[in-house]
Design a protein around this ligand. Sequence first.
Ligand SMILES: *[C@@H]1O[C@H](CO)[C@@H](O)[C@H](O)[C@H]1NC(C)=O
Ligand SMILES: *[C@@H]1O[C@H](CO)[C@@H](O)[C@H](O)[C@H]1NC(C)=O
Ligand SMILES: *[C@@H]1O[C@H](CO)[C@@H](O)[C@H](O)[C@H]1NC(C)=O
Ligand SMILES: *[C@@H]1O[C@H](CO)[C@@H](O)[C@H](O)[C@H]1NC(C)=O
Ligand SMILES: *[C@@H]1O[C@H](CO)[C@@H](O)[C@H](O)[C@H]1NC(C)=O
Ligand SMILES: *[C@@H]1O[C@H](CO)[C@@H](O)[C@H](O)[C@H]1NC(C)=O
Ligand SMILES: *[C@@H]1O[C@H](CO)[C@@H](O)[C@H](O)[C@H]1NC(C)=O
Ligand SMILES: *[C@@H]1O[C@H](CO)[C@@H](O)[C@H](O)[C@H]1NC(C)=O
Ligand SMILES: *[C@@H]1O[C@H](CO)[C@@H](O)[C@H](O)[C@H]1NC(C)=O
Ligand SMILES: *[C@@H]1O[C@H](CO)[C@@H](O)[C@H](O)[C@H]1NC(C)=O
Ligand SMILES: CC(=O)N[C@H]1CO[C@H](CO)[C@@H](O)[C@@H]1O
Length: 540
Amino acid sequence: MVAFALFRGLVASLAVVSVTAHPKNVTLPLLLDATLDELAAGLRKGLFTSVDLVDAYIARIEEVNPILNAVTEINPDARDIAKELDEERKCGRSRGPLHGIPIMIKNNIATADKMNNTAGSYALLGAKVPRDATVAAKLRKAGVVILGKANLSQWANFRSANSSNGWSAHGEQVYAAYYPGLDPSGSSSGSGVVPSIGLALAALGTETDGSIVSPAQANNVVGIKPTVGLTSRSLVIPISEHQDTVGPMARTVKDAAYILQAIAGRDANDNYTSAIPFRKLPNYVKACRKNALKGKRIGVPRNSISNTPADAPVLAAFNAALEIMEEAGATIVENTNYTAWEQRLNSSAETIVLYADFVVNLKQYLDQLTYNPNNVTTLAEVRAFTQNFTLEEYPSRDTLIWDEALELGFNNTSPEAWAAYQENQFIGGEGGILGALERYSLDAVVVPTNDAAGISAIIGGPVITVPLGAYPEDTPVTTNRRGNLNATAPGVPFGISFAGKLWSEEMLVGLAYAFEQRTKVREKVKPYILPTTELVDVLG
Ligand SMILES: *[C@@H]1O[C@H](CO)[C@@H](O)[C@H](O)[C@H]1NC(C)=O
Ligand SMILES: *[C@@H]1O[C@H](CO)[C@@H](O)[C@H](O)[C@H]1NC(C)=O
Ligand SMILES: *[C@@H]1O[C@H](CO)[C@@H](O)[C@H](O)[C@H]1NC(C)=O
Ligand SMILES: *[C@@H]1O[C@H](CO)[C@@H](O)[C@H](O)[C@H]1NC(C)=O
Ligand SMILES: *[C@@H]1O[C@H](CO)[C@@H](O)[C@H](O)[C@H]1NC(C)=O
Ligand SMILES: *[C@@H]1O[C@H](CO)[C@@H](O)[C@H](O)[C@H]1NC(C)=O
Ligand SMILES: *[C@@H]1O[C@H](CO)[C@@H](O)[C@H](O)[C@H]1NC(C)=O
Ligand SMILES: *[C@@H]1O[C@H](CO)[C@@H](O)[C@H](O)[C@H]1NC(C)=O
Ligand SMILES: *[C@@H]1O[C@H](CO)[C@@H](O)[C@H](O)[C@H]1NC(C)=O
Ligand SMILES: *[C@@H]1O[C@H](CO)[C@@H](O)[C@H](O)[C@H]1NC(C)=O
Ligand SMILES: CC(=O)N[C@H]1CO[C@H](CO)[C@@H](O)[C@@H]1O
């Protein structure tokens, strides 16, 4: 009793000291969990400026980046850009909700400024592009300060069979913030770490198969993998025109929705965007409604959900989540199985499509460079460079994916590639997610994020992951295949994913938001390492 009273007294007096020492702290958002609405309100009220945000985030990056390697480059112009945006605001002009907000982009999204775009490879260090990637240009137009480039699994994890998630030659090894030496997943590894501990409001990632949703779940954040074609890939270092997509990774569904709104839309430089079926884009922010689960039919394709002993904590949290959705008025339809799931497990069609696309799409990107310091214009030349450049760590990290792509004997202009693409359309479509939606009259399906990516990837469909839980205290620590990262450990986050038909982001955002608001798991899962700089420390 006495001890308890003493303890309470201690806490109370500490709180008083901190408020006295930092009188403004009480009104300033804390950067670990600050939402866009909070930051935008603070900027509007003049509590702090965009320059302050840039200063605070850079200080936070400098605190933790020597350990986590999440950020490859800080934009040397970030402060000047923030200053201009602050001036604009002073003159009464606001570009919208993202005005003056620092966001990081993955290091495969090009900018025509001082920053490099390398996909983590020395082959592209110093290369120049003719203009910003369309998604980067759209962010700037919306008033975003592009704060820097997030490290990634090199070449978006499309080089090696024995590398590690989050490793790139020029950027080294990214670690997640939830356990020492933790696998950050990939390939948008740094883009997951950045929002997870408040190194920027949010980040852009890219996904071909899992590269947004998987690192989003591993880093306890939300990830939206948009329908292929909703966001332009122009001047994004590609893997596959059929599967690549750019999307936001953020702490909340609503923040991710704001960013999706800013980057979505048609682009003459990426003709897949001409498939967008809307005259006017849906309002993804307005879709964030707490009652969005009410009346929805949500399927559980059990035969696609992994069920090994190691999955037990994930499945327990997942099954509890289904009950929460039912309480929110959704109808959960069990066993909406994918009829071609077995065929998918046997199929090499996705590999063929990616290989056949990569040789062509990579060359198309390289051909656009206005300066190509190492004269790499084809995959064969990129491979020769990589195999001969010591820091690329070849052969310890091999080039197996490129070797196989180059040996395929055809590319995406051939009938064989088209046949593989058609097989994917069947497996992921009628035999997969689209068939299940149709047969059971579903609005969406839900699965643990571990199982979410592939079936939607092969048809270019959308997925949203939201934090669901974390591995319990008694989880044994295991390492990844390469042996250089901790893979499972106590406190490692995992997520739940909503997926649906093409262009159904508006509904999926609603479902994810309604689930997030009822659970707020992110706040309960704590990182082991955190930067300490707050806005109060940088205010002039
Ligand atoms: C600011 O206030 C929060 C509670 O609102 C407290 O947790 C934090 O330690 C304070 N920070 C400083 C630097 O005083
Ligand atoms: C881009 O790479 C070049 C060449 O290594 C380097 O000099 C430059 O500082 C890099 N840019 C940034 C913003 O780090
Ligand atoms: C993995 O975790 C263990 C503690 O369980 C720690 O000793 C080790 O250094 C970590 N691995 C890395 C690569 O940091
Ligand atoms: C889309 O653009 C690519 C290259 O920019 C081109 O190869 C392809 O034929 C175009 N497709 C359509 C349908 O216009
Ligand atoms: C769906 O898959 C699950 C798990 O494989 C299986 O137990 C169940 O019987 C299947 N149901 C139907 C209707 O196919
Ligand atoms: C999987 O592949 C094996 C070997 O090629 C074949 O015998 C089997 O029928 C295939 N299964 C399915 C479901 O396609
Ligand atoms: C793709 O294949 C066609 C037909 O073999 C060939 O003409 C073309 O050069 C190939 N493109 C690339 C980038 O290898
Ligand atoms: C690239 O090509 C240019 C022009 O042919 C040449 O001047 C330069 O030395 C080459 N660079 C490398 C690294 O091979
Ligand atoms: C680099 O490695 C390749 C093997 O991929 C080899 O054929 C080539 O001779 C090496 N040297 C150069 C300068 O590319
Ligand atoms: C990766 O694979 C290559 C080629 O098979 C091999 O030479 C290398 O030793 C492997 N690296 C590791 C760390 O096992
Ligand atoms: C901005 C920053 O800290 N960049 C670092 C990223 O990681 C590489 C490799 O560790 C460093 O060389 C950079 O300085």
